[in-house]
Design a protein around this ligand. Structure first.
Ligand SMILES: *Cc1c(COP(=O)(O)O)cnc(C)c1O
Ligand SMILES: [Zn+2]
Length: 448
């Protein structure tokens, strides 16, 4: 098996810092149980001199790796040979400057950008990570994959597993999955197991199942997945003419994306490929706001890797004692025990980040506004604009700041949420169908 020699896995806990080869399938540090990072001996990687040099690959898009919006940047995630790389054309996404929405939010109209990750093959940003995870799975010869999912991970896993011939098993909670997403994993042929519990229960079970049955786990505690998700940031700065925005705004669920974004900027800065790092805003739903409470109320910080584990354990003990269950319409971020919490704290430090939580009603209003200005998204994605409103209101984000919001999933993922919002009158942006008699004049009279 040919394994890229430059990359290795390393425990994020500086007290441990144990390292492992990329040929090992590990989802936590065997020595201390902490999360793992993929690290590179950059001296051995043929990096371009300037990020701009990656753009030359647009000219060779008939090469499948140059076409991929993830593997186009392959030198920055150089952990597997090209022959193992799995791609189904992920990452053909756009950064849309949205002047109308910017103006409505009271921003300078040229300063708001929406990164629409709903354009990925399975309709969410998860494909950026899955292409990387399945490339690693192919490299190590895995034959079966599994994940716990609030929906999009399973849709993406099912698609990628199919494309490289692995079996796929999805664990979902009771009634906690949007139909657009469940329909995908069934259609793409994954075995779906619905557990009598919520996402956090599924997450615990799937880890034990994978350990016992030696199944390849593709949840975002898989460090290879996060390597793929770094490229969302590369595409944003590429579309800004290789300039870094002032803010990245992203919804926070299991905190894989925010963690990957922080790692991307940490590496690009260290490599001298960017001269500054944007600030990061991670937006929770108020019904699933572990990060907000940990970061804002308990004031936990990365602290050079010395995170106050006891405070986190005490927080979770409190959730258990009160029988707390997360609840939000934004099912993709309905998670109260985010597996990447510590990595996210690191990202918040690297990017001088802020965290806040928004209500379901605020999410749905923001979703309707995004839709009205020409890009649909699912509820979780709209948490970005809902959060941005607060950040603009209190001056954290300036009206002239350049802001890139990551719209994580496609509008058709959760049509029920959209229809329900617009069908009920009295909501701020509702746009219900008008009832008309089957009569030409009456129909014409209704048309504005
Ligand atoms: C998975 C998902 C999220 C949450 O991302 P994390 O990396 O788990 O924080 C947000 N939005 C959508 C649409 C998702 O599918
Ligand atoms: Zn360790």
């Amino acid at each position: 098996m040919s394994v890229q020699s430059s990359a290795y896995q390393r425990c994020i806990n500086p007290q441990c810092a144990a390292t492992f080869g990329c040929d090992e399938v590990l989802f936590e540090c065997p020595a201390c149980g902490d999360l793992l990072d993929i690290c590179y001996n950059w001296d051995t990687v043929p990096l371009p001199e300037r990020l701009m040099d990656f753009s030359t690959r647009w000219a060779t898009r008939n090469d499948r790796l140059d076409f991929s919006g993830v593997w186009r940047f392959r030198e920055l995630l150089d952990f597997c040979p090209d022959t193992a790389k799995v791609s189904i054309g992920e990452g053909q996404t756009v950064l849309q400057q949205n002047c109308g929405l910017a103006a409505e939010l009271g921003m300078h109209p040229t300063r708001l950008f929406l990164q629409y990750e709903g354009l990925n093959p399975s309709g969410s940003f998860k494909d950026n990570g899955m292409t990387a995870a399945f490339s690693h799975a192919t490299m190590v010869g895995a034959t079966a994959s599994a994940c716990a999912s609030t929906g999009n991970t399973s849709a993406s896993m099912a698609l990628y597993a199919h494309s490289c011939g692995l079996k796929a098993t999805v664990f979902i909670g009771q009634g906690k999955i949007a139909f657009g997403k469940l329909s995908q994993s069934m259609d793409y042929g994954a075995q779906t197991i619905q557990i009598d519990g919520d996402f956090d229960d599924c997450m615990r079970q799937v880890q034990d199942v994978c350990r016992q049955m030696k199944i390849y786990l593709v949840n975002s505690l898989n460090p290879f997945r996060l390597e793929g998700q770094k490229t969302i940031m590369l595409r944003i700065i590429e579309q800004l003419g290789w300039d870094v925005p002032d803010w990245i705004v992203v919804p926070g669920g299991n905190l894989g994306n925010s963690s990957a974004f922080g790692k991307a900027f940490m590496e690009l800065k260290a490599l001298g490929l960017i001269d500054r790092v944007p600030r990061l805003a991670v937006i929770n739903a108020s019904g699933a706001n572990t990060l907000t409470e940990i970061y804002n109320d308990k004031k936990l910080r990365w602290n050079g890797g010395n995170v106050d584990e006891a405070a986190i354990a005490a927080y979770y003990k409190g959730l258990d004692a009160s029988g707390y269950r997360p609840h939000t319409i934004a099912s993709a971020i309905e998670i109260s025990r985010p597996v990447n919490l510590k990595k996210c704290l690191r990202a918040l430090e690297v990017c001088d980040g802020v965290v806040l939580a928004v209500t379901d009603e605020e999410i749905l209003d923001a979703k309707a506004q995004i839709g009205k200005y020409g890009l649909g998204c699912e509820p979780a994605s709209a948490a970005t604009i809902a959060g941005l409103k607060y950040l603009l209101a209190d001056g954290t984000v300036g009206k002239d700041d350049r802001v890139a919001c990551v719209l994580t999933g496609h509008v058709l993922k959760d049509p029920n949420a959209t229809v329900e919002y617009h069908s009920r009158m009295g909501r701020e942006y509702s746009n219900p169908p008008l009832q008309a008699a089957n009569d030409l004049d009456k129909i014409i009279a209704l048309i504005k």
